[in-house]
Write a protein that binds this ligand. Structure first.
Ligand code: MV4
Length: 444
């Protein structure tokens, strides 16, 4: 087992990793920017190294500074959390070259899954269902027109290097295809330095349902059931839950098997997520594979009673998994508490928290690095905490969540709490009729 892990991240996820390391008897090293000197991850780690000024590029994204911090503290592994360098192939490679275990995917795996059209081709070969469309990238407008005619409109143009909805265009008729391709090309070229595009059938009003998987170094892969992340706004998840209100035993079995097939096709090692789009007929399609621990891993932990960070560290250290799949035993919902003003188009609201009271009681979990007196720097992600409610049924979990949201006091800044309270009262949400379109129609 590792003796000392450096956590190359900040905020609640840095704290989350430190907690499990402590329970496992592993020493921890925090890294921090000057903006985070008063952050809890710095206080709770065994050692802390300042790696630079506030801008991420000069601190949490600086590979030489993080590697240097690992070397001076003698860390034998790096946990990247999510975001920042967690899916950076070059960083994974540099860790490897410096004899530091990167607790995440190999550089090859990150590259293979980071290129969306390549990932899709790989999955198609492995007989994982994919959305009908071009075989790989499109090379001309004429070719795109031909494919679109075959699969029928509406179609969607996507950036091969894409993510977060950038470089994506929905096209309803042939007359608009050329212009959509041109503008998607410009956007993805500017955003990713790669303007390769692919084309597929547009699935109207789908659900975003992902499967948590774990693979060990011996080729065993198991799945830990699904998370429904359909409640998103501008590709930012706001609420996640498991089980999905749309799930059936049969669909879970099929999606679980498909996710395992996807992971085995690429010899996946570590914890990961296979994202699917699910249409109204419960047909599902591979969308992306994430090679990191995700923000919403918490709800899976709660319904199967399993520490995913512990599992991640164990498989990275070469320990075998049991190989059995897990089904949710309870219902868990997570609301993301962001320092944003939901009444002002979710505009970021950094600043000092003047008063902070967190809810508690049975079935409530809070993962946060915030406290009374804490100043949220403007430089990073606006998520300041995750509120998780766990109960026997979905109905009880919603009631518990609402109660906890009403107990939650955060003063001095604006947060997404009022938005979530309204959401927990919404009939469509309560009925579980959540698709990726739901938020657009939700009147807040
Ligand atoms: C789609 C789609 C419909 N049809 N692909 C959005 C982000 C990127 N990862 C893929 N996305 C979508 N791809 C086809 N063929 C609809 C979306 C989409 C979406 C997906 C998941 C969660 C929220 C979404 C919001 C809008 C669009």
């Amino acid at each position: 087992m590792f003796k000392k892990i450096l956590i190359a991240n900040r905020g609640e996820i840095a704290l989350r990793v430190i907690r499990t390391c402590k329970e496992m008897g592993i020493q921890t090293v925090a890294v921090y920017s000057t903006a985070d000197k008063d952050s809890l991850h710095v206080r709770f780690a065994d050692e802390a190294v300042c790696i630079g000024p506030a801008p991420s590029k000069e601190s949490y994204l600086s590979m030489p500074r993080i590697i240097a911090a690992a070397e001076i503290t003698n860390a034998d592994a790096i946990h990247p959390g999510y975001g920042f360098l967690s899916e950076n192939a070059q960083f994974s490679r540099i860790c490897q070259e410096n004899g530091i275990k990167f607790i995440g995917a190999s550089p090859e795996m990150i590259d293979a899954m980071g290129n969306k059209s390549m990932a899709k081709t790989t999955m198609k070969k492995a007989k994982v269902p994919v959305i009908p469309g071009s075989d790989g990238v499109i090379t001309s407008v004429a070719e795109a027109k031909k494919i679109a005619k075959e699969i029928k409109y509406p179609v969607i143009v996507k950036a091969s290097a894409g993510g977060g909805g950038r470089g994506m265009r929905v096209v309803w008729e042939e007359g608009n295809l050329e212009e959509a391709i041109e503008s998607a090309k410009r956007e993805s070229g500017a955003a990713f330095g790669n303007d390769a595009l692919y084309l597929e059938k547009y699935i109207e009003d789908p659900r975003h349902i992902e499967i948590q998987i774990v693979g060990d170094q011996f080729g065993k892969v198991c799945h830990l059931s699904e998370r429904d992340c359909s409640v998103q706004r501008r590709h930012q998840k706001l609420v996640e839950e498991t089980p999905s209100p749309f799930m059936t035993k049969d669909l879970r079995k099929k999606m679980g098997e498909a996710a395992i097939k996807a992971a085995k096709a690429v010899n996946y090692e570590g914890v990961g997520t296979v994202e699917f789009l699910v249409d109204k007929h419960r047909d599902f399609y591979f969308m992306e594979m994430n090679t990191r621990i995700q923000v919403e891993h918490t709800i899976t932990e709660e319904v199967i009673n399993f520490d995913l960070i512990r599992e991640q560290i164990k498989v990275a250290a070469g320990i075998k998994i049991s190989g059995k799949n897990y089904e949710p035993q309870l219902h868990a919902i997570q609301c993301r508490i962001n320092a944003e003003d939901p009444y002002a188009d979710f505009r970021p609201s950094p600043g000092t928290i003047t008063n902070f009271h967190s809810p508690g009681g049975h079935g409530i979990r809070i993962d946060t690095h915030a406290y009374a007196g804490y100043t949220i720097p403007p430089n990073y992600d606006s998520m300041i905490g995750k509120l998780i409610a766990v109960a026997q049924t979905r109905e009880e979990a919603i009631a518990k969540m609402k109660r906890a949201l009403e107990e939650f006091v955060i003063e001095g800044i604006k947060t997404t709490i009022p938005f979530h309270i309204k959401l927990m009262d919404n009939k469509t949400f309560i009925n579980g009729e959540i698709t990726t379109k739901f938020i657009e129609t939700f009147e807040f």
